[in-house]
Design a protein around this ligand. Structure first.
Ligand code: UDP
Ligand code: MG
Length: 350
């Protein structure tokens, strides 16, 4: 465990030979779920920031089943912002939306950025600079978020600690989805066939020359977070079950330990009877032991169930998402290489 953890986590720094001159096409992927209020303004700001960082740019906006007017708002400014608009057939979740965007993006570098203004567009210039220096993945590390509840922060810290202990991948704490990925990293991510897409784990799993930088998040520009604590718990569970079999190991170890303890206790009871001639009285002890052990068994059945459930979703091989409408307003938009390329992707069929 230890050694492959080190293999995966080893930071790789670029050599001068890895440096690149300029970027031909820079893509930004923006997942959108009910952001009608600020999305148009955000896209205009983003387009202004991307212009000039590469010879050309494109914004892939993935409308992840918004129930508000997000779609109309996006299309209102799409021509000015070189937008490829992908509408999913329903809400598939942020991880699926990001996958859809990554499959459609054609850039040499792809920036993933939230639509709610919590990721500063001004940081993208710095990310591109690091890409030019030879890094293949530049990830944003959140400074303490204003207005984040204590419970959320404690839960998040606990999750990262657990993930880093329990799995061979090493997740930088507080690194989110705000990042710049090189074409090679995007290709690697799209090769990973899993349906349970815990992106933060996948970024760490693929490796490559990666570097972090700290940015400050403010509150959302408008609206409210789509993720409630329950969704985050679900995501954490996906992360742990996708990257670690430690919970199953704990079940085996606990089973073996309890068996040994109960065996020793059994021997003690028999000896007590043989030597002192008295059986230990106590219905209460027996009842408590039975309840306790049933509880332990149910917990571990539940843990196995979590894994079996995920195996079930994997073997069904359903696509991560389904596309509804696609509107390509990119300059020189070539339908053959954009939306068409997605149809042949392993994640999207059959
Ligand atoms: N989002 C999405 N699908 C979802 C939930 C969220 O595409 O089911 C988008 C959302 O529009 C935003 C980004 O993912 O651009 C981050 O969401 P949010 O701000 O709600 O999450 P938080 O910042 O609280 O992690
Ligand atoms: Mg947010």
């Amino acid at each position: 465990m230890r050694s492959d953890r080190n293999d995966i986590a080893a930071p790789v720094t670029p050599s001068p030979a890895d440096a690149r001159t300029a970027m031909a096409l820079l893509s930004a992927v923006v997942p959108v779920h009910n952001e009608a209020h600020g999305i148009a303004e955000f896209l205009l700001t983003l387009a202004a920031a991307l212009r000039g960082l590469a010879r050309d740019f494109e914004i892939i906006v993935v409308n992840d089943g918004s129930e508000d007017a997000s779609g109309a708002e996006i299309l209102r400014v799409s021509a000015q912002c070189h937008v490829l608009y992908l509408e999913l057939s329903r809400n598939f979740g942020k991880e699926a939306a990001l996958t859809a965007g990554l499959e459609a993006a054609r850039g040499d570098g792809v920036v993933l950025i939230d639509a709610d203004g919590q990721h500063p567009v001004s940081a993208i210039a710095e990310m591109v600079k690091l890409w030019r220096a030879g890094y293949q993945m530049v990830y944003g590390v959140r400074g303490p978020a204003a207005g984040e509840s204590r419970l959320r922060r404690v839960a998040r810290d606990a999750f990262y600690r657990l993930m880093n202990r329990a799995s061979p991948v090493s997740l930088p704490p507080s690194a989110g989805d705000f990042r710049l990925l090189d074409r090679q990293v995007v290709a690697a991510l799209l090769q990973l066939p899993e349906r349970n897409r815990f992106m933060k784990g996948l970024y760490a799993w693929v490796g490559y020359r990666a570097v972090g930088f700290t940015f400050q998040t403010g509150g959302r520009a408008s609206g409210r977070s789509s993720f409630r604590l329950r969704d985050l718990a679900e995501l954490a569970l996906t992360g742990i079950t996708a990257f670690s079999s430690l919970p199953l190991r704990i079940a085996s170890v606990a089973g073996v330990s309890l068996s040994i303890v109960s065996l020793l206790y059994g021997v003690y009871v028999v000896l007590e009877k043989l030597i002192h001639g008295q059986a230990i009285p106590g219905f209460a002890t027996v009842a408590a032991a039975v309840f306790f052990l049933s509880g332990v068994q149910l917990i571990f059945l539940g843990i196995i169930g979590e894994y079996v459930g995920r195996v079930f979703t994997e073997v069904k091989r359903r696509p991560c998402y389904l596309l509804g409408r696609v509107v390509d307003s990119r300059v020189g938009g070539d339908p053959g290489s954009g939306a068409g390329a997605m149809d042949s992707s392993p994640l999207h069929g059959p």
